[in-house]
Design a protein around this ligand. Structure first.
Ligand code: NCD
Length: 296
């Protein structure tokens, strides 16, 4: 079994991943000591920058007794012109037990999964999907609020370029949430209702802010410092219109003072940003265990 997209995951698999992750998170399944994947090898192949996702997949592998081996793409034969397919054939010949890939092109993980016999996990492909991020977001919401069903979840910012938004917009409604996507008009895809950030946040139970992906923008937004925050960011005034117990999320990396006021990101009561990172390890443990177990 590969984990390439949310649509590719059946409901029972999603439920099993979330339940297993919660067990790892709470320490009821040997959070730091399981040897379930002892002797297995996980390849981490990241063609785009990453702090959280790369480190948490590696930590998850180690916590399960597996070894994580990272290819440093900028020093690899990719720099000598090797194609993605040839790199995949090369890595496959080393017989890893799973391969985790992040790539700037949409659907690159699916191309690799056609070649590599071991399970392939998509750690983010272009503007397409980031399924393990959506799974960890759902697990974090459930952990903190006890459920996902019936919640109003505002996802605000650069929706057009966000694989996090795309995966969450598929996963969270399947778990019974109402998802509201909002952002600057030029950063909203044409096929979603044009909602303002203020409208999305009003009455929301969860406010998830996203980074403006300037590396994927052809033209700069042309905004002056502070202008984006005032027009589209999460400020104390906007947050006051959410439900009284509303929680704040951000997949990271965040730009303080752009999409989110720094003091809101640091709010010890309401910000789940650190919890998302911690849950990310547990969710990736669950994902690795399920895809590798499913093979044998
Ligand atoms: C995101 C990504 O890479 O898609 N980060 C992450 O994985 N936590 C979001 C981003 O880069 O803004």
């Amino acid at each position: 079994m590969d984990i390439l997209s949310i649509d590719g995951l059946p409901n029972d698999e999603i439920a099993a991943i979330l339940d297993t992750a919660d067990l790892y998170f709470s320490g009821n399944r040997g959070r730091r000591g399981s040897e379930r994947l002892h002797g297995r090898i996980v390849f981490n192949v990241f063609y785009e920058n990453s702090t959280r996702t790369a480190m948490s997949f590696a930590t998850a592998a180690h916590r399960l007794g597996a070894s994580a081996i990272a290819l440093s793409v900028e020093r690899s034969s990719v720099a000598k012109g090797e194609t993605l397919e040839d790199t995949a054939r090369t890595l496959n010949a080393m017989r890893p037990d799973a391969l985790v890939i992040r790539h700037r092109e949409n659907h690159a993980p699916a191309v690799v999964a056609e070649i590599v016999e071991a399970p392939v996990l998509n750690a983010g492909d272009g503007t397409n999907e980031h399924p393990t991020q959506a799974l960890l977001d759902a697990a974090t919401i459930r952990r903190r609020l006890g459920r996902v069903e019936g919640l109003k979840i505002a996802i605000c910012g650069d929706i057009r370029h966000s694989r996090v938004a795309r995966s969450n917009a598929k996963l969270l409604p399947r778990l019974g949430a109402e998802v509201r996507l909002a952002g600057p008009p030029e950063l909203l895809p044409p096929d979603v209702p044009q909602l303002s950030v203020a409208e999305a946040i009003a009455g929301a139970d969860v406010v998830m802010m996203l980074r403006v992906q300037r590396e994927r923008l052809e033209d700069d937004l042309g905004d002056a410092p502070g202008e984006y925050l005032a027009r589209y960011g999460l400020t104390a005034e906007r947050l006051a219109t959410a439900t009284p117990g509303a929680v704040i999320m951000h997949p990271g990396p965040m730009n303080r003072g752009v999409e989110i006021d720094g003091s809101i990101a640091d709010d010890p009561e309401r910000s789940l940003i650190a919890l998302q990172v911690e849950m990310g390890v547990a969710v990736r443990m669950a994902c690795l265990e399920r895809v590798i177990d499913a093979r044998n």
